[in-house]
Design a binder for this molecule. Structure first.
Ligand code: HEC
Length: 83
């Protein structure tokens, strides 16, 4: 019985390898331009904070992400669930 479990586990791991390799070959994230709070382009050298809303929101749904369940974990007060 123990031998069977070991064999099944080995087969499972062996069959998973191509999938794991494909995941590692995924395209890298596209290059992005950092933006500040006012929507101005900023460089990596400056000390102005970047704005995730203006930087990432260009391509990603900022409101959907920031209102997601885990993003809101620990939030208190009457504005729970509102951005
Ligand atoms: C120029 C457009 C663009 C901008 C700006 C952008 N992204 Fe992305 N991002 C993409 C694309 C395209 C993908 C791949 C989409 C997919 O896999 O469905 C992606 C995927 C991701 C992923 C998932 C990566 C993965 O391996 O599945 C994360 C996390 C992410 N972006 C975070 C960010 C963050 C944080 C920012 C801001 C700092 C940002 N992105 C800004 C285009 C952008």
């Amino acid at each position: 019985m123990k031998k069977n479990i070991f064999l099944m586990l080995s087969v499972f791991i062996f069959l998973s390898i191509p999938g794991l390799c494909r995941a590692a070959e995924k395209e890298p994230h596209p290059e992005i331009t950092l933006m500040d709070y006012e929507g101005n382009e900023i460089s990596l050298d400056c000390n102005i904070p970047y704005s995730p809303k203006n930087t990432c929101g260009e391509c990603h749904d900022y409101d959907a992400i920031t209102n997601a369940y885990h993003f809101q974990q620990g939030r208190t007060g009457e504005n729970i669930g509102k951005s």
